[in-house]
Design a protein around this ligand. Structure first.
Ligand code: AMP
Ligand code: ZN
Length: 494
């Protein structure tokens, strides 16, 4: 099924600041890199929004039949507290605080991240490389940047010479910042630093004695600058030029700007054809953030244990809520909005489920093929999930009229309607049907207990009381109580 040749995607490129027709470098194959989490604490709902936005992109491209290599890294070293290359490594700081190894910190929060992503039914990336696993590649890039004349060493640290780079390249083209303006705004700070200019950024930093995460290099025992890992890993797995690079809007500057500079200085070409930036999830109108504490954790959402929540919400409902906004729009998280999304989600799922009991007729009163293309058009227009969901609600309206006997559908249209809804709800949006998951597990549980009750009755009938008592006692231990009455045995969960 080579659908991709028919569907034309236009996507908003943050570099050109316009929507462009998406043309992959190699027909049929796509390389996509997304900056992953810094694993020093649990991911919050804001982080999840960005990763789910790119899961949607990944799912849609795969749905169209593209072969996608999706690389999403794990930042387990090099990300310092402050964007100006000062402060402690975030992971090492946490390790010191908790008196554990930095790799224990990284492991704990990588596990949390994976667990959370699977609760949201996000697909795993094709490659998930770590910064610490690519120190050699990062050192090689620093060497290349120095040899090209864009990097300089000072006291065992190496910095990228932004001013020099800007002489024959354009530093700031992604974020729209001008180097001259940056220089004017930061003049006073210049004297205190090892940097030639405050805009220069670290490629390698010499470790201070207390710094625990360090590696040997030609310049010092130290560690790589944060921006370097993404250049190293994207080049290694996707090549010097690749199709899509994504991340949250807040990474545009300095992180992605520096990635472009590093790659251009090393490879003499612009690394990324389409830059995509997902917008922020806010709480009380302010960006959700780890450092300010203005955030909601996925575990709080699933349990309802946060003062702003009136109840617990399933992961899939939160995902539906997020996809009701376009990935480039700011979205404010609130209990009221989630409650409204939950209603909408159930309406859509109930309607999808009810399709199995619809009888086909001789003609259709709804143009299913045109509607189907509208669903594709929505996603082709810069992955516009809210418009897609609006289209799914159009189908829901029609299904309701079918149920009321007010309209008709042919057999082939019914199949098309069902497969299209299935494809977009489950494959593209990656939602799950909580009702069917819940009821099927409950059903399985009661069938199993009924079977045990029957075996216990047989044991009693043949006077095998040790077996019958064992069944009753062990079920009791597991929280399932059997009650013998005159109409037989019933059970309850305790
Ligand atoms: P970090 O672990 O801080 O490096 O962030 C991981 C990802 O989450 C990055 O792509 C950030 O841009 C993104 N992110 C951080 N805060 C938010 C937020 N409030 N809303 C959406 N994405 C966010
Ligand atoms: Zn990155």
């Amino acid at each position: 099924m080579q659908l991709y040749s028919k569907q034309k995607i236009s996507l908003y490129n943050s570099l050109s600041k316009s929507k462009e027709l998406f043309i992959p470098i190699n027909e049929g194959s796509i390389g996509m890199y997304v900056c992953g989490p810094t694993v020093y604490s649990n991911v919050h709902m804001g982080n999840c929004r960005t990763f789910l936005s790119f899961d949607l992109v990944f799912r849609y491209l795969k749905h169209l039949g593209y072969k996608v290599r999706y690389v999403r890294n794990i930042t387990d070293a090099g990300h310092l507290e402050n964007d100006d290359d000062t402060g402690d490594d975030k992971i090492a700081q946490k390790a010191r605080l908790e008196n554990i190894e930095p790799m224990e910190v990284a492991q704990r929060y990588t596990v949390d991240f994976h667990d959370t992503m699977s609760k949201f039914n996000a697909l795993s990336p094709s490659i998930e490389p770590t910064a610490t696993g690519h120190i050699i590649e990062q050192i090689e890039i620093v060497e290349k940047i120095i040899s090209e004349g864009y990097g300089y060493e000072k006291n065992g640290s190496v910095y990228f010479d932004v001013k020099k780079f800007n002489e024959d390249h354009e530093y700031g083209k992604l974020s729209g910042r001008k180097l001259e303006d940056m220089i004017t705004n930061t003049r006073e700070l210049a004297a205190q630093s090892e940097k030639k200019n405050p805009q220069d950024f670290a490629l390698w930093k010499k470790a201070e004695p207390k710094h625990i995460m360090k590696w040997s290099s030609p310049w010092s025992e130290g560690f790589p600058g944060w921006h370097l890992e993404c250049t190293a890993m994207s080049t290694k797995y996707l090549g010097k030029e690749f199709d899509i690079h994504g991340g949250g809007m807040d990474l545009k500057f300095p992180h992605h700007e520096c990635e472009i500079a590093q790659a251009e200085a090393t490879n003499k070409k612009s690394p990324v054809h389409y830059w995509m930036h997902a917008n922020m999830l806010t709480l009380n109108g302010k960006k959700m953030s780890k450092s300010t504490g203005n955030n909601i954790l996925p575990s709080e959402l699933f349990s309802g244990e946060n003062d702003i929540l009136s109840k617990a919400f399933p992961a899939t409902v939160a995902k539906f809520f997020m996809f009701q906004a376009h990935y480039r729009s700011i979205l404010d998280f609130s209990d009221g909005a989630l409650v409204a999304s939950e209603k909408g989600y159930h309406k859509m799922m109930d309607s999808y489920r009810s399709l199995s009991s619809i009888e086909a007729g001789k003609e259709s009163s709804f143009d299913v093929a045109a509607w189907r293309q509208s669903c594709y058009n929505a996603m082709n227009d810069d992955f516009n999930s809210p418009i897609l969901i609006a289209q799914l609600f159009e189908a829901t309206k029609f299904i309701n009229t079918l149920k009321e006997g007010k309209s008709n559908i042919t057999k082939s249209d019914l199949v098309l309607l069902k497969t299209t809804m299935h494809g977009f709800i489950f494959d593209v949006l990656g939602l799950v049907d909580v009702a069917s998951v819940g009821s099927s597990n409950d059903e399985k549980l009661s069938v199993t207990i009924e079977l045990l009750i029957e075996l216990r009755n047989q044991a009693r009938a043949s006077k095998d009381f040790s077996t019958s008592d064992r069944i009753r006692d062990e079920l009791q231990e597991k929280g399932i109580q059997l009650k013998d009455g005159k109409d037989g045995t019933t059970f309850s969960l305790i």
